[in-house]
Design a protein around this ligand. Structure first.
Ligand code: MG
Length: 407
């Protein structure tokens, strides 16, 4: 079998509301590039990568030069072709590699009549548990979804998500307000839902000292882990020495080199595997096996997925023996999806693993067209800008919250 074409389409899919994080906001929508890898046998595989827009489309067009004629079964050769260690220094292609790998696994699965989980060791669970992903957010432009800013609004929002989706684990995206306020919010959630589990992630924007202070205030809570409180392996190591809470990361251990560093000199307890950051489903499965050997925890990170990437997370999570945590997804924040049947459904905080051959998802052409047009109309947005806090950018920790207008 040979690849004969690679077709990227950038889409913009609306969120319930503009989600706030430590660097800025998601502007009420996710911009994703969907890639279709076409073979000479007529089988088409699907991949997905975050953001990028025209830049992502250009990358896929360039990859066509390397990949037309390549056999999609030859995944290791594919990796060395487009992502070998030294070339990667210059072309930064890891996430594009991941999107192509998703598509190739989708092709292989369809060819063999097997779901992707059977290509990476087989399914250990039929359903995957998800954490709610709680964001402070602005009111949606159409007024349908209210703001989440006060602690009362956050608790109410969490109650509603629990009711709608059945979540029993909650992750709060922090780094938006001063740590003291977010501590109050986190403790209010823990008190309101005493049987649930919790995790908080300020996107590494706190100082080491604030991180230690925060960790000590929440040690009595049923925490899964404290995610990226501060930046860097050394910063995380200093926090880890002073708290009993496991530390997790999706920022400082995102490749095999960093994983090796973290094993030789531990700074993080739980590695959050992202099927795009690591370069594909297989790379994550390999990293999970290394973590299993060294008794590091794992969970699955969300980088703002539509249904294609969500499917990669489901197949991965289904096949990991050492997955003990609910996985993350922004998915419930979306209003729609580009796959047939619309958004996948949650039940009791879980989503069923697709059993159809390949990734088990198909493109809905009407939706793809609609959201490609929306992208054409609205364009990309800056991840690290906040439309309502002009001048907001990561200053030294704490300085930026000194000005009340910046909160
Ligand atoms: Mg994170």
């Amino acid at each position: 079998m040979k690849i004969v074409d690679i077709i990227p389409t950038t889409v913009s899919v609306p969120l319930e509301g503009p989600l706030r994080h430590s660097n800025g906001e998601h502007w009420g929508r996710f911009v994703r590039t969907i890639v279709e890898v076409v073979t000479d046998e007529g089988i088409v595989g699907l991949g997905e990568v975050g953001g990028g827009g025209e830049g992502a489309e250009l990358q896929f067009k360039r990859l066509k030069d390397y990949l037309v004629g390549h056999d999609p079964f030859q995944l290791e050769a594919l990796r060395y072709k487009i992502c070998n260690p030294t070339a990667s220094l210059y072309n930064n292609r890891m996430q594009y590699m991941a999107a192509i790998e998703f598509a190739c696994l989708d092709i292989i699965g369809q060819k063999l009549g097997q779901p992707v989980y059977n290509l990476i060791g087989g399914k250990l669970r039929d359903k995957v548990s998800f954490a709610s992903y709680l964001f402070f957010r602005y009111e949606s432009e159409d007024g349908v979804y209210p703001e989440v800013r006060t602690i009362e609004q956050l608790v109410e929002h969490t109650r509603e998500l629990k009711k709608r989706y059945g979540f029993t684990t909650h992750k709060l995206k922090a780094g938006v307000f001063p740590p003291e306020y977010e501590l109050e919010a986190y403790l209010a959630l823990a008190e309101e839902f005493p049987d649930d589990r919790f995790r908080i992630d300020p996107n590494a924007c706190w100082s080491v000292e604030d991180s230690i202070w925060f960790a000590r205030q929440i040690e009595h809570v049923r925490n899964d882990y404290l995610e990226d409180p501060t930046w860097g392996l050394n910063g995380m190591r200093r926090v880890r020495e002073k708290t009993t809470i496991p530390l997790a990361t999706n920022t400082v251990v995102v490749n095999f080199e960093q994983l090796a560093q973290n094993i030789l000199d531990p700074a993080v307890d739980v590695i959050l595997l992202d099927t795009t950051f690591w370069g594909g489903i297989r790379a994550c499965a390999k990293a999970a096996a290394i973590c299993d050997t060294f008794q590091l925890g794992i969970a699955v990170h969300s980088s703002g997925e539509l249904g294609i990437q969500l499917s990669t997370m489901l197949h991965l999570a289904a096949a990991l023996p050492n997955l003990t945590f609910a996985i993350d997804a922004h998915y419930h924040q979306l209003r729609d999806d580009v796959i047939e049947g619309g958004k996948m459904k949650y039940k009791n905080g879980q989503i069923e693993v697709p059993d159809e051959p390949g990734l088990g998802v198909k493109l809905d052409r009407d939706r793809l067209k609609e959201y490609a047009e929306m992208y054409e109309e609205l364009g990309s947005y800056c991840y690290d800008r906040d439309s309502r806090r002009p001048g907001w950018y990561p200053l030294l920790p704490n300085d930026r919250w000194a000005d009340p207008d910046m909160r």
